[in-house]
Write a protein that binds this ligand. Sequence first.
Ligand SMILES: *Cc1c(COP(=O)(O)O)cnc(C)c1O
Length: 465
Amino acid sequence: MNKKYTAEPYRIKMVEPIFETTKEERIELLKNAGYNPFSLASKNVYIDLLTDSGTGSMSQEQWGHMMTADEAYAGSKSFYKLEGVVKNITGYKYFIPAHQGRGAEQIVLPQLVTKKGMYFISNIHFDTTRAHVELAGARAIDCVIDECFNIELDHPFKGNFDLVRLEELILEKGSENIGGIIMTITNNSAGGQPVSFANMKAVKEISHKYGITLLIDGARYAENAFFIKEREEGFKDLSILEISRKTFDLADIFLMSAKKDGLVNMGGIIAIKDDELLYKKCQTYIVPYEGFPTYGGLSGRDMEALAQGLMEALDMRYLRHRVDQIRFLGDMLKEAGVPIQYPIGGHAVFVDCGKMAPHIAYDQFPALSVVNELYLEAGIRGVEIGSLLLGRDPDTHKNLKSPIEFMRLTIPRRLYTYSHLEIVGQAVIEVYKRRNELKGYVFEYESPMLRHFTSTFKPNIKETK
Ligand SMILES: *Cc1c(COP(=O)(O)O)cnc(C)c1O
């Protein structure tokens, strides 16, 4: 049978109750949270779409293997099992576990910064990747295609590198000053948009030509392989594992937040193709920062769950359902006329709040306004990806204006059903209907760093523009 959306490829064996609150309660709860959804207790959230990072469900096999994990400090059998899986998927020679993606970044990136004034170039650096590039004393430059910022343009690989600009940047800065090229797949900050194999291959050729290290920041590499299989000429008969392997073959280093396509609640991966010296350096550094090289911040049971999760994430039935869930929500919003980003990406639906509430000034955070209204409407938690997240210019201290004002509705893996997503869709449509009444927000307390996490706000009662 030809189905429009794939049903869950699993039955539910264990359930976790979730609770609804009343609108009166939510008005009070949001006020007490300083109008910042990050400060809401999860028990007061009915459907939580804050992030897909570490929030998914594990399988019976994952839970089963956790019971038989080896918790030895050094050389645990769970480490060797995970190492085998990572080597099998990547084809790389060396593997070190880390507690999560940023743990892997803090070990590897400083090793690539060999002098002052170096740069990293990425399609778009993820926030923590950028932070670790800067903490290592280098600068992060983003180099994504222009189509990426045309929100409604339907382009199959909006996460792609701008190849012309990449080469220009290398020539301008000097190849000896580039610490590495980082391919982020899928391109998280661009809306979970994929990168084509052809584009990655061209990036590889450029990095090879100039002798620059090529890294994959591959938190969602399996989702990226799924889009290549679906959209790119010549890949439809290859398995996700085969496409992933071809992808890893291009690069020198693989860093992963396993909280995404590792299908676990905590974990990270460092894999190195063949650079023994780099591996040795990372092994030395991992000890004081993360832990002994055969656990790197993970318990034996974490490593068991990850070894299994990495395999499950390569399953086409799982991936098709995941992408279908996101498409289901996106299609529902699109049909109701709610402005969203196209094409619908791999882990979230992005609502274009700049277009939805153009009467709210960028420094009064239109997307925060929509996120808060959605919580009031139905107890659903989304997240602002816009000028609030972007922050202030470090020199002038002015609020920077983001080119995008998104509400991200991130779908955790294997956690919610289509019925939950239908409620989400209905609630967003209700908020959309009263979009002209939405008000902006002003700071009550503005935290000096990563302000979106802990600042508090009050609704702006004055007219905004
Ligand atoms: C989540 C993520 C990271 C950081 O990983 P954490 O596990 O959150 O530390 C790095 N890069 C990308 C692309 C990510 O999505």
